[in-house]
Design a protein around this ligand. Structure first.
Ligand code: FAD
Length: 448
């Protein structure tokens, strides 16, 4: 019997399987399709490339992306060059194959999971057409499913030859261009084909009509030839009710699907895979911490989805040229996630940080407290101390978190900034001033 069955061999499944194999578990991947197979989602931002390197996955042989170009909110193109690292434009058939080849799991292509085996209130295996296979844990990494859709939209994508790519370092940029009824996305792959994807939510819009409404993308396609079918797919936001239950995790798109606008779907899948491996390891090695580990996964994945949704809503609001067109009206009316701006004086924060407010007396803001919360510690989930506040229940931990908690403890009674430094000596003064200023900006401390 395998320890873990992973359903789906996309980035989420392959990476979860690989990390579990490295922890010594027997892992099977069931993939319903034959690989290599096409998948839309080809633009990897620098943070995804960095994470793959960090996790020791090889992903060479793809087009290097040095920035992105957007025509959004105004007619003029705006180019942002990555300050650190580089992104990749990957053909997903080759990319996903590479990841699964590096998983070291037993991979079964053409094997479709048809249902889950339940026993004593937990998932205990997977069913396929030949019967059931038991496992100690199951990972659902099967891509977008039937979860609740929070924003319905569709995409049509096609591949073009002989397009006019931008020149120089801009050549491999991801290009995003809004138009009255949606937005268009385009990128160049290593074989010189160009993907052009249209995002829309109105029935009846044609691929060619949408492209005709653009300027930058239309110009790139002047004289180019569409060499594939234009294929439609669902691109709605989705989020599962729960990401974790006893014996089962939903990882990557199987847990939640974010707007392609962010081009972070693969990165999110990699992060989710990393947490999943640690959570499963904890459930199998420390059964007493199972509930804590599952709660951790649920909270992290929910928070991630909310964070990306908030980011997309903020980006939609930057496009105000067609406020009465249904596509933009729908997006502008999306409930703003709780993006609270904290009231603080930037002048005072600067004074604290530069050491010019040593006599300022500060105290803990009402409601801040130290709480035990689950966190990743090596390959396990452990309970760790976080400083939480009414405005940020998720809390602060980690290396600066240690200093934050110490400052919180010392501020049980109000103190001057200079006194805090004396108490925490020999910690580096400039770093401590930065942390005190940060705590002030985050609303964790307040001046008396
Ligand atoms: C239009 C569009 C553009 C996008 N652009 C980008 C982008 O530029 N950059 C980016 O990072 N992301 C992008 N994404 C998102 C990205 O493609 C996904 O987030 C990513 O593929 C998720 O990986 P995954 O492993 O979770 O799922 P998938 O890659 O979907 O893999 C799931 C696998 O599970 C298999 N499977 C499904 N059901 C079963 C079953 N019952 N049994 C066995 N196997 C099964 C499927 O065959 C599939 O191979 C885009 C998405 C869309 C819709």
């Amino acid at each position: 019997m395998p320890d873990v069955i992973v359903i789906g061999a996309g980035p989420a499944g392959a990476v979860t399987a690989a990390l579990l194999r490295r922890l010594g578990y027997a892992v099977e991947i069931w993939e319903r399709q034959a690989f290599p197979r096409h998948r839309i989602g080809e633009s990897l931002p620098p943070r995804a490339v960095d994470l793959l390197k960090h996790l020791r996955f090889e992903a060479n042989g793809f087009a290097v992306m040095e920035g992105h170009t957007s025509i959004w909110g105004e007619a003029e193109p705006h180019r942002a060059v990555f300050q650190e690292g580089y992104g990749l434009q990957v053909q997903r058939d080759r990319f996903d194959q590479k990841l699964v080849d590096q998983s070291d799991a037993s991979v079964y292509f053409g094997r479709t999971a048809l249902g889950l085996v339940q026993e004593d209130g937990k998932v205990a295996g997977v069913r396929d057409k030949d019967g059931e296979v038991r496992a100690r844990f199951v990972v659902m990494a099967s891509g977008p499913g039937k979860s609740t859709r929070h924003l319905r939209q569709s995409a049509i994508f096609g591949y073009w030859k002989n397009s006019r790519h931008p020149e120089g370092s801009q050549a491999n940029d991801t290009v995003i261009e809004s138009f009255p009824d949606g937005w268009v996305w385009s990128l160049r792959l290593a074989d010189d084909t160009r993907n052009v994807t249209v995002l829309f939510d109105t029935a009846g819009i044609s691929y060619e009509d949408a492209i005709r409404q653009t300027t930058f993308v239309r110009r790139m396609l002047d004289g180019a030839e569409l060499v594939s079918r234009a294929v439609g797919c669902d691109a709605s936001w989705q989020c599962a009710e729960t990401f974790a239950e006893p014996g089962l995790l939903r990882v990557g798109d199987a847990g939640s699907v974010i707007d392609p606008l962010s081009s972070q779907g693969v990165y999110k899948a990699l992060c989710s895979a990393m947490s999943a491996a640690v959570v499963i390891n904890t459930c199998l090695k420390r059964p007493g911490l199972e509930r804590t580990a599952l709660d951790f996964f649920n909270e992290e994945e929910r928070r991630t989805y909310d964070g990306y949704s908030a980011g997309s809503i903020a980006t939609f609001r930057q496009e105000q040229r067609w406020p009465d067109r249904p596509f933009w009206k729908t997006r502008h009316e999306l409930p703003a996630f709780d993006i609270r701006t904290r009231a603080f004086s930037q002048e005072l924060a600067n004074a604290i940080e530069s050491g010019q407010a040593m006599d300022l007396c500060v105290r803990n803001a009402a409601g801040t407290r130290v709480a035990q919360k689950p966190a990743i510690s090596g390959s396990l989930i452990e309970l760790e101390e976080y400083l939480v506040s009414p405005a940020f229940e998720y809390g602060y931990r980690g290396a600066p978190g240690d200093a934050i908690r110490r400052i919180h403890r010392t501020l049980r009674v109000p103190k001057r900034v200079g006194e805090i430094l004396d108490e925490l000596a020999p910690l580096q003064t400039s770093m401590m001033l930065r942390i005190i200023a940060y705590m002030y900006r985050e609303g964790l401390i307040e001046p008396l």
